[in-house]
Design a protein around this ligand. Sequence first.
Ligand SMILES: Nc1ncnc2c1ncn2[C@@H]1O[C@H](COP(=O)(O)OP(=O)(O)O)[C@@H](O)[C@H]1O
Ligand SMILES: N[C@@H](CCC(=O)OP(=O)(O)O)C(=O)O
Length: 374
Amino acid sequence: MTSFTWQRAVIKVGSALVSPDGKGCSAEFLLSIAKFITSSRQQGKEVVLVSSGSVAAGRRYVKTGMKASIAEKQAMAAIGQTQMMANWARFFDFPCAQILLTSDDLHDRKRYVNVKNTLRELLANGALPIVNENDTVAVDEIKVGDNDNLGAHTALVAQADTLIICTDVDGLFDADPRKNPAAKLISHVGEVTPSIKALAGGAGSAVGTGGMVTKLQAAEKCTHSGIQTLLVNGQKADVFDALLKGQCAGTLFQAKQSTQSARHHWLSHSLQAKGHVNIDGGAFQALKNAGASLLSVGIVDVSGHFFGGDAVNILFEGEVVAKGISLYSSAELQGIQGKNSSDIEAILGFCHGEAAIHRDDLVLVNKYRKNTHD
Ligand SMILES: Nc1ncnc2c1ncn2[C@@H]1O[C@H](COP(=O)(O)OP(=O)(O)O)[C@@H](O)[C@H]1O
Ligand SMILES: N[C@@H](CCC(=O)OP(=O)(O)O)C(=O)O
């Protein structure tokens, strides 16, 4: 087992634990998780829960054909969400607080900061925040899509030091253990590399979403931001006895040291790019070596339809090298690409600023970031 220490954790609990038969809520596996949460809080630690299971918990109350429609699933989620919350609440003598999010809440800086402040307030007041995707209103365009990634976003916004993903297998194996009984558990992952990602298969049960693929995405997001990630079997009570003693019986994904500011975390991980800006070699060097702002003169091509204030990916020779918030819309950037900043006013009739993307609103991808180990 691998040792670890923590102070503030996000615990993500999958549908297979909340509703193992996919027909309603069950307490079978939640009792040990709830005990772990209560004991950890008694040790002075802070916990935010991300719980799946609303669709599975509401399934039996909604009549469907062979395959449920989106509206039927949303109805299941609406019914199941209250059942899932009640299922948790009965284990605790402190208040449970429901937080339902869509990706819009994470992409919009104001809403993101609101979520952050609310979480802080809830923790300060001794409540247990229980987060889920707002499945009842979320359509594909505004969905995070799975609760492993939602868990990672929650860990980032809650400024947690640890994400604990509780699932129905012992951790990450070198192959899907349901398909390959000889698969071996990997107890420690130093970095989520492409060869680690290649081990991931899909969901293991009818109620799960994303399988190991989304768990590794979550681990990658978190570890790059300095948040260690644990993947454990939530069906086994002794796993939680070990966790209380600081021992991980599953897989521990080691955190990288991160020097990113909270704003840069948000820019890198939560904000969705609405377009692409291709830059030339000179601009790339200036961004990479001098941490400079992106000037219009270095832009060679603009694609996508975006407004000023939207995030865009910045590409050099076809590779995404950075992400930033554009001061200008796609149409405006097309007008000023390759031109000097001093010409902006004459071309557009106004000038929002000399830079197309200011250095404060720009973050290089990990590979090019200086003074970080990530
Ligand atoms: N390399 C792997 N190691 C472990 N489990 C894997 C692997 N590849 C795929 N899986 C599957 O991932 C499943 C867990 O994901 P999922 O079904 O989405 O659960 P949850 O509801 O907890 O999110 C496991 O039951 C397992 O079958
Ligand atoms: N938001 C959905 C769960 C989505 C999800 O990712 O499920 P899971 O793979 O079981 O964690 C629900 O509450 O039913």
